[in-house]
Design a protein around this ligand. Structure first.
Ligand code: AMP
Ligand code: MG
Length: 418
């Protein structure tokens, strides 16, 4: 279990930097303990529960890296050119065979076992062949074009560490060293819910005062891309304290993480905080110096990690990505932190209020002489706006203290994936 946070629900705590808030959220998260065994075919994106060692050496035997001719360097007497008869042929899948007959070369193909005693393979492009004889002019290096047994990974060596996410190349590595299945952590069970009397799902007619629910599909789709998470969608909860309390209590019993959006401001209809307090949540009302994104609630509700994201969609998206997702990754058991930002430069002028780290949707059509994207800013920073983030190629990060950004100002940009 993670350290419980000092209960500060509803109290005005100090304002935290984004990095400090992220560390706090990660500190309250605890990895799921249960594991399951999966065949490699079903394991992409899942998180290794323990280290995996190579069941077989990779490659399992010395083999040829090229189509060509295997020979013994000691058969190349004096200065070249040398002429050798070709007496045997070994293809991929053939068994290993005895040494070349003295003074001969062996026709060999990529992946075929190196005959005992041969110490180089000459590419077929580097010899002249005439009938059953080859002529070569340059002396090969010892070991040339030979892939040695275990040079990629020795048998019994650690192939992958615990806590890594299984990418296609990692699955290929495990397959290559003879591992058919892996122990992975079970998926993180995440419940999502939207709050607000004003919310309606698209497809229905809007009653006066209603807006369509953007956060539900955004969170659901974001989580659907995380192969180590499974989501329960609890839909829209009305601004009714009793209903909210019952729903979050139930969700926390059966999920590792509960994520709500809306209802965490100080307004009278913002019942999430009251409901969490009534359920004796260990709660941190995080006042984060982030734009967009205030306010944000993080804590533990029973055995579950709780995130109360802001209702405004852009703010919900940013706080999820910057604060909640790193904590979710820890719950999943992941030990690697992705680092996907690029150096970029502003192509715009922006006068701003200092004090909060700001996440600005950007696009770019050109790069400067150093290859850095020249960023164009989208939108006006409204936390309810969806068009800018929908069109953005990335999110630029503006440091809290910068009061004006001029063209050429170096900035970090996080590239948005597919
Ligand atoms: P709240 O945090 O509940 O005060 O909501 C802040 C703003 O976000 C209000 O304008 C809400 O109408 C809006 N909002 C809350 N939830 C959603 C949602 N799921 N989709 C779109 N807008 C929302
Ligand atoms: Mg609300």
């Amino acid at each position: 279990m993670a350290e419980p946070l000092a209960c500060s629900a509803g109290k005005a705590g100090p304002t935290l930097s984004v990095d400090a808030a992220r560390l706090r959220a990660v500190a309250v998260a605890a990895p799921v303990a249960e594991t399951e065994i999966l065949p490699l075919d079903l394991a992409c994106g899942r998180v290794l529960a323990g280290p995996v060692v190579a069941a077989s050496a990779l490659p399992p035997f010395d083999n040829s890296a090229m189509d060509g001719y295997a020979l013994r360097l000691s058969d190349l007497a004096g200065a070249g050119p040398w002429e050798l008869p070709v007496t045997r042929r070994i293809a991929a899948g053939d068994r290993a065979s005895g040494p070349p007959d003295p003074g001969t070369a062996v026709r060999i193909f990529t992946g075929a076992p190196i005959p005992a005693g041969a110490d180089a393979v000459v590419m077929q492009e580097n010899v002249t062949r005439s009938g059953d004889r080859i002529t070569l002019t340059a002396r090969p290096r010892s070991g040339q074009n030979i892939r040695r047994r275990g040079e990629d990974l020795a048998r019994g060596a650690q192939a992958l560490a615990a806590g890594v996410g299984l990418t296609p190349p990692r699955l290929a590595l495990l397959a290559g060293c003879g591992v058919p299945q892996v122990a992975v952590r079970r998926r993180v069970r995440v419940a999502i819910l939207s709050t607000g009397d004003e919310l309606a799902e698209p497809g229905r007619l809007l009653a006066p005062g209603q807006i369509y629910n953007s956060n539900r599909v955004m969170l659901r789709a974001t989580l659907a891309r995380l192969p180590w998470a499974e989501t329960t969608d609890l839909g829209i909860l009305r601004d009714d304290p009793q209903a909210i309390r019952a729903a979050i209590r139930q969700a926390a019993l059966t999920h590792d993480v509960v994520i709500s959006s809306g209802g965490v401001s100080a307004g009278e209809a913002d019942h999430i905080l009251d409901a969490l307090r009534a359920e004796a949540a260990e709660l941190d009302v995080l006042k984060v110096a982030i734009r967009p994104g205030k306010p944000l609630t993080v804590g533990r509700l029973g055995g579950a990690l709780y995130f109360g994201l802001p209702g405004n969609p852009y703010a919900a998206a940013i706080t999820f990505a910057q604060i909640a997702r790193p904590a979710l990754r820890k719950v999943a058991g992941l030990t690697e932190a992705p680092d996907a930002w690029l150096p970029a430069v502003a192509g715009f002028t922006y006068h701003r209020t200092t004090g909060r780290r700001e996440y600005v949707p950007v696009t770019w059509a050109s790069r400067d002489t150093l290859g850095r994207p020249v960023l164009e800013r989208l939108g006006h920073g409204a936390s309810a706006s969806l068009s800018p983030i929908a069109c953005a190629m990335g999110i630029a990060v503006i440091p809290p203290d910068l009061s004006v950004i001029h063209p050429g100002q170096p900035l970090q940009v996080e590239v948005l994936g597919e």
